[in-house]
Design a protein around this ligand. Structure first.
Ligand code: GLU
Length: 595
């Protein structure tokens, strides 16, 4: 949902629960309009959506810190971007605590039920798995929000949920993107009575310009605030989720084969968010912190940066090749570290990166690139012509992660920084709304490798977290935050974050330019996906080097990602950045344009 008219219609004001001096109406005209870039002081936020950015900003103005505002923003996105985010999903936070000068991460990834084995998805068509109870993972977001607030925030969950409750109750104005996403999902939404009654009122997607309310979700958030996370993790809401997963509320007469899920209430009771050390690399004197496994975000962005650092020069060709190699290693070695051994230190080591960089020659390397051996023993580059070796006999698993999800960044007046990617996986998740609760269930377990794939680190297992590509990232210069970025886009998240960093740090672009620049994504596939503007600009040069560019499937306009970011400028000035165009453009806001 990306509406510029909400504020002017007066639909979203938080005066009811904020001190009079901080309600949204006082934000001033600069904050009422959806803009992709804002600069100022005292805190900043960028999300895909004006209402969500305003929700987070209102909490900053109220005196909340970045973690408080991040939870408020994420909960609001659960209302206005319900097909990408929500309390029945999961995500990853990378957080800088300025007072402790510490970077940490919180893993709120969904887990497989304990009854799920490695063959659970074998032989099941991907599309069938998407719209099923089987693919619903144990939701992680609520446990993650709770941990984030308890350990790093200043507000109780109840308070952080208030802006979202307000939006869910009063409604938001439907824009083209929301309508399009509903339309794309309408056939499967129509197959579930609960989903159809919420998102297809009168049998149709809500028209652009209409006000969309989700009173069930407002009640769910409110009750969650009162009862706390235990209401979900083992309590009554949890039982309702389990009932829905095991017996999805299908429409009478549907011909859809909707597979039941394996989740039990005990799976919910057993769920825990996990605070983890970040994945870290240094890149040209900067410290880059990302998300460690079970996300492959930090390891793959980090390895690609290390490879680039080992090269004498960087251009579009080198960017694609480094990404290709890093994806070969990601696919071979990264999974949930609780289930498989992930050689993270070696994947992020300079020695390994140097060995991998030897494979990058003047022309595109043979496809597919074989994974390397991150074993701690690395050889100098052989004198043979690089780029000729390294091709693998193995086939590369098809990338099936969805193109949706959402990313937000928040910083506060104390200098804390939150980069948060949140998802229910596919646009519209499993397509199944919990009756009476206004929440869409995720289909995150489709991020597992379906198999058969012996030895694959990402096969399902009891309680396992599926490998993610989410890559919230914070970059430091001389011990101080310089940039925070992230994006949705399934596995293209990694290449989008990498490309923004390279654009900003190597190609001399400002952060807004780096975000807006045309994108391409090479993930150890034969062809590199490219936005039309990228193909236009670099197509001839890259094709001459042996690259094949192709358009992005499933996206009518061929877009990759929908990033948001922050740059910490001089003297406490912060630049918040969202997309100027992709997904209808995002919303950047600052607490105050002036000191
Ligand atoms: N489920 C994906 C992941 O965890 C994200 C989905 C998306 O961005 O489309 O990597």
């Amino acid at each position: 949902m990306r509406s510029v008219v909400v504020a002017s219609l007066g639909l979203v004001t938080f005066a009811g629960f904020l001190a009079p001096s901080v309600h949204a109406a006082s934000v001033g005209s600069a904050a009422e309009v959806k803009r992709p870039v804002a600069e100022g002081y005292g805190g900043a936020v960028a999300t895909v959506d004006l209402d969500a950015s305003k929700a987070a900003l209102s909490v900053l103005r109220q005196g909340g810190n970045a973690m408080d505002a991040m939870v408020a923003g994420a909960a609001a996105l659960g209302v206005t971007e319900p097909y990408s985010a929500g309390l029945a999903g999961g995500g990853f936070i990378v957080y800088y605590d300025a007072r402790k000068r510490k970077v940490t991460t919180i893993d709120g990834r969904e887990t497989a039920p304990r009854a799920m084995t490695s063959t659970a998805f074998e032989g099941i068509p991907f599309d069938e798995a998407v719209t099923s109870g089987l693919s619903v993972g144990v939701p992680g977001s609520v446990a993650q929000w709770d941990m984030a607030l308890r350990r790093y925030g200043t507000m109780p969950l109840r308070q952080a949920l208030r802006p979202a409750i307000e939006i869910a109750e009063k409604g938001f104005v439907v824009d083209q993107t929301f309508r399009d996403q509903t339309q794309q999902n309408s056939v499967r939404f129509a197959d579930f009575t609960s989903t159809a009654s919420l998102y297809l009122p009168g049998g149709q997607p809500p028209p652009v310009g209409s006000v969309f309310r989700n009173p069930d979700l407002a009640r769910t958030y409110r009750e969650l605030g009162i009862r706390g996370p235990a209401w979900l993790y083992g309590g009554a809401l949890g039982r309702e989720i389990v009932t829905t997963v095991k017996k999805p509320p299908v429409r009478r007469g549907t011909t859809r084969n909707v597979r039941a899920g394996l989740m039990e209430v005990s799976d919910l009771s057993a769920y825990q968010a996990i605070e983890r050390p970040p994945a870290k690399v240094t890149y040209k004197g900067l410290d880059v912190y990302g998300m460690a496994p079970p996300s492959s975000g930090g390891s793959t962005v980090g390895e690609a940066l290390n490879i680039l650092e080992a090269l004498p020069k960087i251009g579009p060709h080198e960017y694609l090749e480094a990404s290709r190699l890093a994806f070969a290693d990601r696919n071979a070695y990264v999974g949930d570290p609780a289930s498989v051994g992930v050689p993270l230190d070696q994947l992020l080591s300079d020695g390994f990166a140097k060995e991998r960089a030897c494979l990058i020659g003047p022309r595109a390397m043979a496809h597919p690139a074989a994974p390397g051996s991150p074993d701690g023993s690395y050889a100098p580059c052989p004198s043979a012509i690089p780029g000729a070796s390294g091709a693998s006999e193995a086939s590369v698993p098809e990338d099936k992660e969805g193109p949706e999800t959402t990313h937000l960044v928040v910083t506060d007046r104390w200098g804390d920084v939150a980069a948060y990617t949140i998802t229910i996986e596919q646009t519209g998740g499993s397509g199944i709304v919990v009756p009476g609760r206004g929440i869409l269930l995720n289909n995150e377990l489709t991020d597992f490798t379906f198999g058969p794939a012996p030895g694959d680190p990402n096969l399902p297992a009891p309680g396992k977290r599926p490998r993610s590509s989410m890559a919230p990232t914070i970059v430091f210069k001389d011990g101080r935050p310089l940039l925070a970025v992230g994006s949705p886009g399934g596995a293209t998240i990694i290449t989008t974050v990498l490309q923004i960093l390279v654009n900003r740090l190597d190609f001399g672009m400002s952060l807004p330019e780096a975000v807006a620049a045309p994108r391409a994504s090479q993930r150890n596939t034969a062809a590199t996906q490219a936005e039309p503007a990228f193909a236009e600009r670099y197509g001839a040069e890259l094709t001459a080097l042996g690259h094949t560019l192709t358009s992005v499937p499933g996206s009518p306009v061929g877009e990759i990602g929908a990033a948001t970011g922050l740059e910490f400028l001089r003297n406490g000035r912060v630049q918040a950045v969202a997309e100027p165009g992709r997904r209808g453009g995002g919303s950047a806001l600052v607490v105050s344009p002036h000191r």
